[in-house]
Design a binder for this molecule. Structure first.
Ligand SMILES: Cc1ncc(COP(=O)(O)O)c(C=O)c1O
Length: 433
């Protein structure tokens, strides 16, 4: 090309959660039975959508307006409904003008970072859900700037380290937190979120809180929303229906903006995100129309509670099964539907292996893991996949140097889940023996 056409941040765009599927599919072709524990899609894992919910969507599909464009910001009635939920929960008061709909939260995430000034950075947790760290780094054209989550302390953020990194890096304009967290399943206590708000206030930053799992909390925990503690700090809460309803295929998520009028620069930044959406016209109409009907249906709360209880039970089962393995760090999880398991330093090396009886599978894995620079946990994950059929995601693909992997708690069949955990435990023990 006459001129370089590759974006300077292009190499930051990676998504191992889906990459690994290509290998799992190959293994399936070769006859290896596979347990897909890599992707956070409850529907793909076989969760049943209740009939009453399908009836709401089917009824709406009869209305012509659901086939048309909607206002750029989203349907007014739906935004009004969300405002009432937010304001009734004692959150920072917002109006329908403070909400913008997107085609899934993924779209909101890429636009939120994409329209920041290139030199302004948002500090992200490490490990973190990759869509955030990759989109933020791609906008900047540099690797992500992060603060550590501590597996020795329930995977909570190391607040002192966050403060230090904010203080000494004037490029940091915002702080991201994900609560409940993906990939760790941690739920943050109120004091911790207040401390993050304090740091933002002291250094004149804005906050982004990804709260897509806000109602998937268990073990007696409650999610503390950013809106309930933010005071007068500018902030963005990110929400969606992919996990909660769950309807990931609807591609429907939104942002709620707090204290937009308190800072003129923040206000212009939010306006630029809205303008970007306007250039694109609008987001998906049907799910926005369905959202208030589903969330206010008399059976919705019971349905949600049943799901929470199942994740709570599966999270306990996973914790009990895996906690006693020497060399690995396991924390009980309190929200979302993931568990991150970390290997202690020095536990993994390049000589470890697992027996893979099928020659073709063995060759495939040897080829993939032959790269001398491969991360140790990625190597482990591919051997585990080939030897046991269990497909998990290496922790290093979540913007961290920490070695480990992320597992989902989404398998609806308890017997199959337990069988998978037994195989996983055996696989880890044999690999690190
Ligand atoms: C923390 C977090 N935010 C955002 C998303 C993306 O959601 P959506 O399906 O609405 O794009 C996910 C999906 O896994 C997630 O885990």
């Amino acid at each position: 090309m006459r001129t370089r056409i590759i974006h300077s941040g292009a190499e930051e765009l990676t998504y191992e959660i889906r990459n690994i599927i290509r290998v799992a599919d190959k293994l399936k072709e070769l006859g290896v039975p596979v347990y897909l524990e890599n992707i956070g899609d409850p529907v793909a894992k076989g969760e049943k959508i209740p009939v009453w919910m399908k009836e709401i969507v089917a009824e709406l599909a009869r209305e012509d307006m659901c086939y048309g464009y909607c206002p750029t910001q989203g349907l007014f009635e739906t935004r009004k409904f969300l405002v009432s939920l937010n304001n009734n929960n004692g959150n920072c008061r917002i109006t329908p003008d403070d909400i913008i709909f997107f085609n899934g939260l993924g779209d909101a995430i890429t636009k939120t970072y994409g329209f920041l000034n290139r030199t302004a950075r948002v500090i992200t947790p490490s490990p973190t859900y990759t869509t955030h760290s990759s989109s933020e780094a791609a906008h900047a054209g540099f690797p992500p700037i992060c603060y550590p989550l501590d597996p020795h302390n329930h995977w909570f953020p190391d607040i002192e380290e966050l403060r230090r990194r904010v203080k000494y890096n004037p490029a940091v304009a915002g702080i991201l937190l994900i609560n409940p967290d993906n990939p760790t399943g941690a739920v943050y206590p109120v004091n911790l979120i207040k401390e993050i708000v304090e740091i933002a206030k002291e250094f004149d930053l804005f906050i982004i809180a990804d709260e897509i799992y806000q109602n998937l909390v268990f073990n007696g925990n409650k999610t503390v929303s950013l809106g309930s503690v933010i005071g007068d700090v500018p902030g963005i809460s990110m929400k969606g229906i992919s996990k909660e309803i769950p309807w990931p295929g609807s591609r429907c998520g939104w942002i709620e903006v707090y204290n937009v009028h308190r800072d003129s620069e923040f206000k212009s930044y939010i306006q630029s995100i809205l303008n970007a959406k306007m250039v694109e016209v609008c987001s998906t109409t049907l799910p926005q129309k369905a959202l208030p009907h589903i969330l206010s249906h008399p059976r919705y709360q019971d349905y949600l509670e049943q799901r929470r209880q199942r994740y709570q039970r599966f999270s306990k089962i996973a914790y009990e099964r895996l906690r006693s393995i020497p060399g690995v760090l396991v924390n009980p999880t309190n929200g979302a539907f993931y568990m991150s398991i970390a290997f202690e330093d020095g536990v993994l090396n390049h000589h470890q292996t697992l027996p893979i009886p099928n020659g073709a599978v063995r060759k495939l894995v040897d080829d993939i893991t032959g790269d001398p620079n491969i991360q140790q946990d990625k190597r482990f994950v591919y051997y585990l996949l080939a030897a046991t059929g269990i497909c998990v995601v290496p922790l290093t693909s979540f913007n961290t140097r920490m070695q480990g992997f992320r597992l989902t708690l989404l398998e609806p069949d308890e017997t199959r889940f337990c069988k998978m955990l037994d195989k996983l435990k055996e696989g880890i023990e044999a690999y690190i023996a």
